[in-house]
Design a protein around this ligand. Structure first.
Ligand SMILES: Cc1cc2nc3c(=O)[nH]c(=O)nc-3n(C[C@H](O)[C@H](O)[C@H](O)COP(=O)(O)O)c2cc1C
Length: 198
């Protein structure tokens, strides 16, 4: 199992990073190979709408720090995207990445029954954290990005969502979500090992 994790928070030891780290540690302990990119440390642009990925190349023509990140999504079996909610959505760092994934779509993606250049069946783990404790607030963020990833051919998707965790969340407040991260990793690794042993 190859796992790539994108950290969307500028806080390297923040809530979303801690939850993602627990997922990755658990998965690595069960034999997964993991790679992590802290998007905030990278320099990249959003999609330039040049359409080169629809006319000349099967990849994004831009060469910047996101080039390796986009390639790593092709490589991975499971993709973890961890982001705090900023103004009701993922952070700008994650949104810029999402826009650049336009290169994952084939030129005829609007009409095609297989619109994605990614191998099918990758798994998605979305880690979302927010200060607001009401889970109805920003509940649409996961379905919004989950449906884009489904369009890209992702199979199952998992949500680890922590509501009511601000910048000073304590270890005790994070604990239930850290446990959920462990359980999610075990579930994904267990199902992968049962498929490979059949
Ligand atoms: C610029 C900014 C915007 C934020 N916007 C929201 C918001 O719209 N709703 C919310 O519930 N929390 C919001 N928050 C709080 C964060 O989502 C929350 O503290 C989160 O757990 C931080 O995750 P991190 O530690 O991984 O960075 C915002 C924080 C910042 C810095």
């Amino acid at each position: 199992m190859k796992i790539v994790c994108l950290l969307g928070s500028p806080r390297p030891k923040g809530n979303s990073a801690m939850i993602a780290a627990r997922f990755l540690e658990t998965a690595a302990g069960l034999g997964a190979e993991t790679r992590t990119f802290a998007l905030n440390r990278l320099t990249y642009r959003g999609c330039q709408a040049c359409f080169t990925c629809k006319t000349k190349l099967d990849r994004c023509v831009l060469k910047d720090d996101l080039t390796e990140v986009l390639e790593s999504i092709h490589w991975a079996d499971t993709v973890v995207i961890a982001s705090p909610i900023y103004y009701g959505d993922v952070t700008g760092q994650v949104k810029c990445f999402i826009d650049r994934t336009y290169s994952f779509l084939t030129p005829d993606y609007i009409t095609s029954s297989s619109p994605s250049r990614l191998a099918p069946g990758k798994k998605l783990v979305f880690v979302l954290t927010q200060g607001q404790s009401d889970p109805d607030r920003f509940a649409q963020v996961f379905p919004r990005y989950g449906s884009i990833m489904k369009w890209y051919g992702f199979g199952e998707s998992h949500l680890i969502r922590a509501c009511g965790v601000g910048p000073k969340a304590t270890a005790a407040e994070l604990e239930p979500y850290l446990r959920l991260a462990e359980e999610t990793a075990k579930k994904i690794l267990d199902s992968a090992s049962s498929i490979s042993s059949t």
